[in-house]
Design a protein around this ligand. Structure first.
Ligand SMILES: Cc1ncc(COP(=O)(O)O)c(C=O)c1O
Length: 348
């Protein structure tokens, strides 16, 4: 008689608290759509869903790579033309103490590799609040206690330095700085970056500078790279094609390791070991990196213009009033306070 396995296969308990609000929300929305309601999906930062088109020269570069049979495995850190282009980008960003660069399947994989390579059980990492939920999800997966610092609404959502200082423990290994910030859109001033760098120096911390939105600044702020103002401090700068170059589905990101060579050598070797274990990042798509970083940047003008007008629309009086009516109605039907809906909107 054939045996049937009936015992449920349980997911590992360390995943119990792994949440990713932006996508978890989508399953709730699907249920509402199934009930016949119309839902406008504002939760996922996918420009291609909102009528943005990938610059054609990127598509041509990847198409050519595929026709040239660049369809096998790539070197684990990335292909040379991509690595050279990322080094060129680091120089344009003013990062002078580059020790290594590597390519990943999206910045999401850069973050995964960099956090995994750094943190031991009992360590902690300072992450911003409100946060981009990838960080808390990965920390939870790694069994690392969350240690968040506040972004101060009264100060244009700049990091609250006193809170950072207060939260540092003997086991704090680093600080995550998302600049320009998701979800607030704030851009750090040079003075702010210098003060965070000083805290890192005093406490031997590594800084993760998530700069995935560095070319999508909508106002007059200048983007300054953390690694450029603090060449001596160990920094991993995260960048990628998803947002600036309108290809989130290609899953292309990178890391730029900078600081004193002797300080970052061992940690960088840890990252490289993880990159070798996962073989390589998407291969033909890596050919879009030099095309993107060294080619025409014209699309960015149009993208910023469109984003600016879409950002301004919900801030206008009439729309604000309508949104707050929707929040109140949602609050009534779910018995969840309207302020929670407001906060949830901000985190998207
Ligand atoms: C701040 C931030 N970091 C990282 C990512 C992940 O980007 P990727 O598509 O390159 O994995 C996102 C995506 O929305 C983001 O907003």
């Amino acid at each position: 008689m054939a045996l049937t396995q009936t015992r449920e296969i349980a997911a590992a308990s360390r995943l119990d608290n792994v949440k990713y609000a932006i996508r978890d929300l989508a399953s709730v929305a699907n249920e509402i759509v199934a009930q016949g309601h119309k839902v406008v999906p504002l939760n996922i930062g996918d420009p291609n869903v909102f009528d943005f088109r990938t610059p054609p020269h990127l598509i041509e570069a990847v198409h050519r790579a595929m026709l040239d049979n660049k369809n096998g495995y790539a070197p684990s850190p990335g292909i040379k033309p991509a690595l050279d282009a990322i080094r060129g980008e680091a120089a344009r960003k003013g990062i002078t103490s580059v020790q290594d660069v590597f390519v990943t399947n999206g910045v999401s994989e850069t973050v995964d590799a960099c956090l995994t390579a750094l943190l031991n059980p009992g360590d902690d990492l300072l992450t911003p609040c409100p946060d981009y939920p990838l960080y808390s999800a990965l920390l939870t997966k790694l069994g690392i206690r969350l240690n968040t610092y506040y972004l101060n609404e009264e100060d244009g959502w700049q990091p609250e330095l006193d809170d950072i200082k207060k939260k540092i423990t003997p086991r704090t290994r680093g600080i995550v700085l998302i600049n320009p910030n998701n979800p607030t859109g704030a851009v750090c001033t040079r003075a702010m970056l210098q003060q965070i760098a000083e805290i890192a120096r005093q406490h031997n911390l590594l800084i993760f500078a998530d700069e995935i939105y560095d070319k999508l600044i909508l106002d007059d702020d200048e983007h300054i790279s953390m690694a450029a103002v603090a060449p001596d401090v160990p920094v991993v700068t995260f960048g990628g094609l998803s947002k600036n170059y309108l290809v989130p589905g290609w899953r292309i990101g990178w890391g730029i390791v900078s600081g004193e060579a002797a300080t970052v050598r061992n940690y960088n070797e840890g990252i490289q070991r993880l990159l070798r274990a996962r073989l390589c990042a998407n291969h033909p798509e890596q050919y879009a990196i030099p095309a993107a970083l060294e080619g025409p940047q014209d699309h960015l003008v149009e993208v910023r213009k469109k984003l600016r007008s879409r950002r301004d629309l919900p801030l206008s009086g009439a729309i604000r009033r309508r949104v707050s009516v929707v929040f109140r109605r949602a609050a009534r039907s779910t018995r969840i306070p309207a302020s929670i809906f407001q906060k949830a909107m901000m985190c998207l």
